[in-house]
Design a protein around this ligand. Structure first.
Ligand code: RUB
Length: 315
């Protein structure tokens, strides 16, 4: 199979997962297309792959940010390839800063609870361990696709103590936790946090037991289209990921991939520009990174939502 179509399929099937990895994989696909193109057919080829990528996963502003950035750097093949290098460096640099800031919030000797697989959260916890902190992490398995296993493996490889539990044990384990931390797929203009299904339920439990809830997320997760009135789209995935539908004939099987945690349940967003409450985070992003050209982002957002086979590249 063509390498570019494989990346598109891998993102859609969650063989690549986590918002940052998805954005970087999308850039890799664009890079391959750019390398295969001449200055003459660059625009057309890149636009085609950008649309196919944008359709793969609707709740991914970080990928959308990367793709709008790509569309802004199409003056020549060399300019685009250099721009992609710069963008990748910025993403990695942001992750290092978040790890440094977040590690300071990890309680030495404490218990941390997390959900799903966030590369950003793993970086924070790894950094805290490097700084000599000792702590244990409770990891929920994250049905239906068990991303918690990825988190557990990453943490174990870093020498961090892991307790692995089913999602519905979160209430029990939250009671003894000192910190609840997750990543984010999207943060809206009014401070709502979109992350893996189950995140909000655990935030309610954290609130019940006065456990601080922090979200480790780069500013790329801020979704500018929400400022223009578009609600965040919650991806609904194939019901067969949950159960074989033939086992429950007649049942309405639902598989929303994300849920939305209200800002009053979030103590802070740990980003590369600092740690801020979700209510002021969007303003801080605008102040420090400038206001994005909304029309441009809306155009890509609408393309991603438009009809047509999801994530198929027309040849
Ligand atoms: C992954 C998920 C992660 C965020 C942040 O969902 O919800 O918490 O994407 O990840 P999925 P990161 O498995 O459906 O992609 O911090 O790596 O960007």
């Amino acid at each position: 199979m063509d390498e570019v179509q494989k990346i598109i399929d891998d993102i859609r099937a969650l063989r690549v997962q986590g918002a940052k990895n998805v954005a970087l994989a999308a850039l890799k696909a664009v890079r391959i297309v750019a390398e295969r193109s001449s200055d003459d057919d660059l625009r057309e080829n890149v636009r085609r792959v950008v649309v196919a990528l944008a359709k793969t996963r609707p709740t991914e502003p970080a990928m959308r940010d990367a793709l709008t950035y790509v569309l802004r750097h199409l003056s020549s093949k060399d300019a685009l390839l250099e721009a992609i290098d710069r963008y990748e460096d910025e993403v990695l640099d942001a992750e290092k800063k978040i790890a440094d800031y977040g590690a300071r919030r990890v309680p030495d000797g404490g218990t941390i609870i997390t959900h799903c697989h966030s590369t950003t959260v793993v970086s924070v916890l790894r950094r805290a361990k490097e700084l000599g902190k000792s702590f244990r992490v409770v990891v929920t398995e994250t049905r239906p696709l068990y991303q918690g296993k990825l988190t557990a493996k990453d943490l174990l490889a870093a020498g961090i103590h892991v307790t692995y539990v089913v999602d519905s044990a979160a209430y029990i384990f939250m009671q003894d936790a000192d910190l609840y931390i997750t990543g984010a797929d999207a943060i809206t203009s009014d401070g709502y946090v979109v992350n893996k299904i189950g995140t909000a339920l655990m935030a309610v439990a954290a609130d019940r037991f006065n456990v601080p809830y922090y979200v480790a997320a780069s500013t790329l997760k801020y979704d500018p289209v929400t400022a223009a009135g578009f609600p965040e789209i919650i991806e609904e995935r194939d019901p067969s990921e949950v159960v074989d539908p033939s086992e429950l004939p007649g049942a309405d099987i639902r598989n929303p991939a994300f849920d939305v945690t209200p800002p009053d349940l979030v103590d802070g967003i740990i980003s590369e520009i600092g740690i801020y409450s979700p209510q002021i985070f969007p303003a801080m992003v605008a102040q420090q990174k400038g206001v994005s050209d909304l029309e441009e982002v809306i155009a890509l957002f609408n393309l991603a939502r438009s009809r047509g086979s999801a994530g198929q590249q027309d040849s």
